[in-house]
Ligand binder design. Sequence first.
Ligand code: RIB
Ligand code: NA
Length: 309
Amino acid sequence: EAFDVIVVGSCMTDLVSQAPRLPKAGETIHGHKFFIGFGGKGANQCIQAARLGAKTAMVCKVGKDFFGDNYIQNFKDNGVHTDFVGQTSNSATGAASIIVNDAGENAIVIVAGANMLLGSEELHKALPAIRHTKVLVCQLEISPQTSLQALRMAQENKVKTIFNPAPAIPDLGPEFYGVSDVFCCNESEAELLTGSSVGNVDEAHKAGQELLKRGCRSVIITLGPQGCVVLKVEEPSPKYVPTTAVTAVDTTGAGDSFIGALAFYMAHYPTMPLEEMALRANRVAGVSVQAVGTQTSYPFRKDLPAELF
Ligand code: RIB
Ligand code: NA
């Protein structure tokens, strides 16, 4: 069985409170709505790719608990292959406490739990599938060593890789760049990794050039409503890809929608220019910010204009 997209990454139960603003330290404020949703960057990206029509598998670990059982059902409901979803009684399913303000911005604390127990053993079980997938995607909500090992396995088998260094760590190992066909991060992650401010397209171009120098084949820095910049080893000049403005209700997981869509395009249209894939992925993510929640807001292929396919 060959997959289009395999994600080696995280699952989190999102505990979301909507409030007028984000609270300050020591402060209690009234929010107006609470809901529980399926999240975690890895799973979010996998679900978005699946909803666009990619044949997907998730390599991850959840707890042997109510949230873990529910999460496995969520993958099944979305047509994601679950043979590589492990369950452990040594830790709880990952959880994310999320506050979303009236501007659609958020603050998140994650407790990765079972996600941190995903390791070599599970990767070896998934290796036959990893060998034959079109695209492999990793982030940083599991042990970085596990992400790196997965990316290496993919690279050794000539599988295209997308690495999303999120949440970013300032001391990201230099080995991550060489195993990334597409190194895709947002402006704040790019700032943390390069140590220089990324507040506009010009600065994003500079940060992108710095990241590209570290050894990845291409770099995408997403800039929210401003679109993104795309840089490739084979074409030295950075490309700015603008996007159309939308009214944001909840931007949580928009970056994951973008990456899931990008993985879908890389698998289904391997010869499409990366800028075009990024433009289309931005359109998909733009739909997601117009509805509340993470996965609940991710569009299906049938909800999107035909020109995106
Ligand atoms: O990127 C958004 C995701 O980050 C949320 O779903 C939350 O689970 C955190 O992992
Ligand atoms: Na959303």
